[in-house]
Write a protein that binds this ligand. Structure first.
Ligand code: HEC
Ligand code: HEC
Ligand code: HEC
Ligand code: HEC
Ligand code: HEC
Ligand code: HEC
Ligand code: HEC
Length: 264
């Protein structure tokens, strides 16, 4: 009996101490900032910061606003006008995006750069903007379920293909390997994880349709073609559109009958 009572007292004391700590730690942190309680703070951190942000040490509030999590404003304090990011086609959206989390991870250690592109964040932002045009002030969409509901609200349909929400070419036309020959609707053929297409098999090197999918460089429409390309290959009567007479399908620098050839 007596032993039971003692353990009960111990548990009760521990419980009270735990409660006191649970109340006191957040109070102290929110009054004085996290730097006064480094041990508690590192216990609460999910992992070491990236090397770029390691200098922030235990100043958690540089990024975390108590009770509100990560707010774009905290990041923007230090990253207001990154000229290179704003000037790059695919990241120019940084000028207007009001959300940083989702594409900018943290706490994965010094070796992991805090960047992880997620097109779903872009879709959500576009849909929020579209919904605000339709019904201003409606609660913000969060998570995939909200995203699906907004899709129905905006398009009147179920989940749409990403290409119906995002204009891929507005961010990626500079990467267009097909030099506009395949049009602007990249999402007809591409998903957002990789430009590779599983199962794509290039037409045979015996194909004579090369020019339906490939464009010759400007040099082929100048004197260069007669003076260099026709001479190098010995194809003195080849027309520009007959790529297959001169080119292999692994690289445009692999010239039939010549091997690897790089002009400049
Ligand atoms: C450079 C900015 C930055 C600093 C400094 C920072 N964090 Fe974070 N933290 C983040 C980001 C961004 C996430 C979201 C992680 C993700 O999405 O992968 C996060 C996530 C977390 C989470 C997971 C829960 C949540 O809110 O998503 C905890 C807990 C956390 N941080 C604690 C801390 C503590 C404790 C410190 C101080 C030692 C700290 N952080 C310093 C940026 C920061
Ligand atoms: C106290 C200032 C400060 C805050 C707050 C801050 N950063 Fe940084 N951040 C830096 C510095 C300094 C660097 C390293 C130099 C640079 O790349 O500008 C950096 C680097 C980065 C990089 C590039 C990392 C790399 O490996 O190339 C990204 C992305 C980034 N920060 C995003 C964020 C995001 C998102 C937040 C908010 C969660 C944030 N930062 C909060 C100062 C800050
Ligand atoms: C939809 C995803 C997405 C969102 C949202 C986003 N970013 Fe980025 N951000 C990226 C990607 C991807 C890169 C890397 C671009 C590259 O490598 O060219 C980047 C690059 C950066 C860099 C430069 C990193 C470097 O190499 O120097 C900074 C700083 C940055 N973002 C800050 C922010 C801040 C601040 C916010 C919130 C206002 C934000 N980002 C929102 C995707 C995003
Ligand atoms: C608002 C700008 C924006 C839009 C719209 C956009 N993306 Fe992206 N996308 C990015 C950024 C930023 C990255 C990462 C950095 C980079 O590759 O430039 C990226 C990366 C990618 C990658 C991975 C590239 C790689 O090498 O890892 C693919 C594939 C991709 N996007 C396809 C698409 C497709 C398909 C669409 C249309 C459904 C689309 N994107 C719409 C900004 C955008
Ligand atoms: C009609 C279908 C189609 C359209 C539309 C299309 N592509 Fe492609 N794209 C392909 C195929 C097929 C490949 C070869 C994929 C492979 O090798 O796995 C490819 C390859 C690519 C690659 C190179 C992948 C690699 O790593 O070798 C990039 C980059 C690319 N496309 C960008 C774009 C962009 C940007 C757009 C829109 C402006 C676009 N594509 C529109 C079919 C298409
Ligand atoms: C008469 C033979 C011939 C024909 C026909 C021809 N090419 Fe070429 N092409 C060459 C030679 C030789 C080179 C390497 C020397 C140079 O850069 O001009 C070359 C270079 C190229 C390059 C540049 C490779 C680099 O260095 O980056 C591309 C791309 C290319 N050709 C595409 C095409 C396409 C597409 C067609 C058909 C529409 C075509 N060529 C038709 C002979 C030819
Ligand atoms: C039905 C369309 C199609 C036809 C026909 C076709 N190609 Fe391609 N080819 C592609 C696509 C898509 C890619 C991958 C995207 C890219 O790299 O341009 C590609 C890639 C290539 C590459 C690699 C380019 C690089 O930069 O890595 C070469 C070289 C090439 N093709 C040559 C040829 C030649 C020569 C012919 C004719 C014998 C031919 N292709 C016929 C669609 C086609």
């Amino acid at each position: 009996m007596a032993r039971l009572k003692i353990t009960a007292v111990i548990y009760l004391t521990l419980g009270i101490l735990g409660l006191a700590a649970a109340v006191l730690v957040p109070v102290v942190i929110s009054r004085s900032g996290t730097a006064v309680l480094p041990i508690w703070v590192s216990a609460a951190s999910p992992g070491p910061l990236s090397s770029a942000h390691a200098f922030l040490g235990v100043q958690c509030e540089s990024c975390h606003t108590p009770y509100q999590g990560i707010k774009a404003a905290s990041c923007i304090t230090c990253h207001a006008a990154d000229a290179l990011v704003l000037a790059k086609q695919s990241t120019a959206f940084h000028a207007t995006i009001g959300e940083c989390q989702g594409c900018h991870v943290e706490h994965q250690g010094a070796a992991v750069r805090p960047i992880k592109m997620d097109h779903a964040v872009l879709i959500e932002a576009s849909l929020t903007a579209a919904r605000d045009r339709i019904s201003p002030g409606a609660p913000a969409a969060t998570g995939m379920e909200a995203l699906r509901r907004s899709l129905v609200a905006v398009t009147g349909q179920g989940p749409a293909k990403t290409g119906e929400v995002l204009e891929c070419a507005s961010c990626h036309s500079f990467r267009d390997k097909h030099r506009t020959m395949f049009g602007q609707q990249c999402a007809d053929c591409h998903a957002t994880e990789t430009w590779k297409i599983a199962g794509f098999l290039h037409p045979s090197p015996k194909s004579q349709d090369c020019n339906q999918c490939h464009q010759a460089p400007p040099s082929h429409f100048m004197m260069h073609f007669a003076m260099m390309d026709q001479k190098i290959t010995g194809q003195s009567s080849a027309r520009v559109e007959q790529c297959y007479l001169c080119h292999q399908t692994d690289s445009f620098n692999a010239i039939k009958g010549v091997g690897w050839f790089k002009m400049h």
